[in-house]
Design a binder for this molecule. Sequence first.
Ligand SMILES: [Zn+2]
Length: 165
Amino acid sequence: MLMVCEPTTQKKLSQASRTLELLEVGPRTTIELFAVGPRPAAYVRQLRLMGYIIHSEITGKVATYSLLGQVEMVEVTDAMQSRYYETEHWKRTRRSRLDFDACACRLCGSAHELQVHHWRYDLFAEQLCDLLTVCRTCHLQLHSYENVHCHFPRYVLPEIAERLY
Ligand SMILES: [Zn+2]
């Protein structure tokens, strides 16, 4: 899931634009987007131009949209998400990023309680640059400071879902 906050400052505006750019070339499996703010209609228009189809909408400040295209997406269950982190692919990819960062948090240097942060999700196809080694504390801070949040996709393509059953 990607979250875009209504731009109220130039900084936020550039971050929101960057997210939309990311979506254009972004992971095919990141398909749910929350537009937060008083005027989500602007995002709706832009998302439609980008080929997104509205999946569901909550009136008020939050609206959700999914990249459904012509393909029926499969909703991700907690069990499927857990299984992803148990796949050989993820274990190998996670190990690669930890090795790349010499097993230390890239933000504070700690070697304790290391986790691998996702900048973007591309299930079964993450690149090293999609990830970052951080300690648990920095990981929590990273998420609380971020204007743009990437979370495990809520819907995936059927071929991805098949690998998670
Ligand atoms: Zn840290």
